[in-house]
Design a protein around this ligand. Sequence first.
Ligand SMILES: [Cu+2]
Length: 138
Amino acid sequence: MKKIKVKKYGLELVFVVIVIAAMIPIVLDAVANVKNQGENQGTRVEISMSGFTPPVIRAKAGEKITIQLVNPDNSQHSDGGGWHQFASDELKIDYKLPPESTKTIQLKVDQPGEYVFYCDVCCGGKENPSMQGKLIIT
Ligand SMILES: [Cu+2]
């Protein structure tokens, strides 16, 4: 009789462990989100020899857009010396990033539409499709 009771308790324990294990990624994700919001680093955009990651940024018209530009390339790169750029003629912005640097910028775009941004200091410049990205304002 006692043995059966122990076995039942064991099954419940396994169930509880499974539920907790399933919740861990959800909780960690929520904690990470809160942390990111607190630091207000915005959308992370990496600019490297392979282009913009991600190449598309979406935002709402009239809202403050925070973008954290990250240039992971070092100055040993022969093409452009590791420098990259985040520029848009339509948005009238032109930021240049030294090798291995990070820069947080803020924008506000009132007019919905698609705005092309590019890097013109490496890899064939802005004519190279991979050195272009798009800011989509809805
Ligand atoms: Cu570049």
